[in-house]
Write a protein that binds this ligand. Sequence first.
Ligand code: ATP
Length: 457
Amino acid sequence: MEIPPGLETTKRKVAHSDEHGFSDQVRVPNVIVMVGLPARGKTYISKKLCRYLKWTGFKTKVFNVGEYRRTDANAADAIHGANASFFSPDNAEALKVRTESARRAMEDMADYLNSGTGSVAIFDATNTTKDRRSIIIDFCKKKRLRCFFIESVCDDPAIIDSNVTDVKVNSPDYKGLMTAEQAKEDFMNRIENYKRQYEPLEESEHESLSFIKVINAGRSFKVHQVRGHVQSRVVYFLMNIHLLPRSIYLTRHGQSEYNAMGRLGGDSPLTEDGRKYAAALADFFEEEEVPGLRVWCSQKVRAAQTAQHLKPDFHTEYWKALDELDAGICEGLTYEDIQQRYPKQADDRATDKYHYRYPSGESYEDVVSRLEPVIMELERQANVLVVSHQAVLRCVLAYFYDRPLSELPYIDIPLHSLVKLTPRAYHCDSTIYALDLDTQEWTETSAQLPLCDSPRD
Ligand code: ATP
């Protein structure tokens, strides 16, 4: 079987191939195509999926047709916002602009994938007609891209109303042009215009159709003809996420004896300062009153001691996956020791901190892969406090902050501080509480943690 130029192959023999001639064991770039009426969470899903796939190592990018439309210099309506009539199936002029925007996005998507820059592209548009989807399927076939549809179907008026009120009235199509009430009314009319031509996905519309239907924000699903690793990961992810409001709290353990000596890893207990932090953390959650809080702790002594004063009715679990990055032969050494004994290791680590693996130990990349079940479980749960370690929390934060993997090892997480993450429509709010050990007072800042000045630890 001919393998498309520039695509990686596995060493194993080809076993089965699909209707495009792609084997399950050939890495074919994937196009993920969103389908659904406006305000059904397509952009939300696109962004969230993109963040997850990037974090797991797939180069992924979202191509949002609305953004292409707004940068189309030939369409005055498109530049300055578009009212509901722009989306009417009877508006031939506007249809031309929308079709052209979709075409430009598709071409860019194919360039992104076929140049080897990316391996997954997410095509974020309504794609509500069979005709439009058929064009996309043919385009992908011609460009030798694997195509997977995600349709969000929602007929729950409460969800739609809150999507429009919370998100849509702030769209660049309306900002500064009308009041929130006018924007809401216009957006509801836009939905009605789309409904006039909407054809939900059907198995029979194309022989090679692969899709998942997400019904009423995950109350139920329909999955059809999933092909390959990326698609099955996408399905698994979508079946685990939810929209319920909640917060995730992250903290390193209090200062340990090894921290005080500048030594890496080990399993030492807390110092006096560390114990003060553990007590203050328990007081914090006494006051914060987080309903149903679950505590997830690493299996290291310093983490367990940090969590020990938390109320017993918080359900606590000890995860091996939350243990600190294993520094292998460098466990128990200081950075100065490493520089002296293993200068080549120190240099290699400084050159590529994300991929560098300690001999007999782990890399950040290894930690990300062992944390995947933790991230998936965090997605499924409500309020959770994670008590873990610097390298592990860098990996978790990079996911929620949507930071590139190259920056991940440099996120600065000071001891004796707590991060509260609250997921919003397209991002996560981040609040940092830093404890003054002497006064036992917390200082609160609404910001993401910055990158370190020193690239060493
Ligand atoms: P448009 O076609 O106008 O771009 P859209 O379908 O992309 O609309 P979003 O902008 O993603 O809609 O809507 C964001 C809102 O959708 C968020 O408030 C989010 O909570 C909600 N949401 C996320 N997933 C779903 C889902 N599966 N079903 C319904 N709403 C969802």
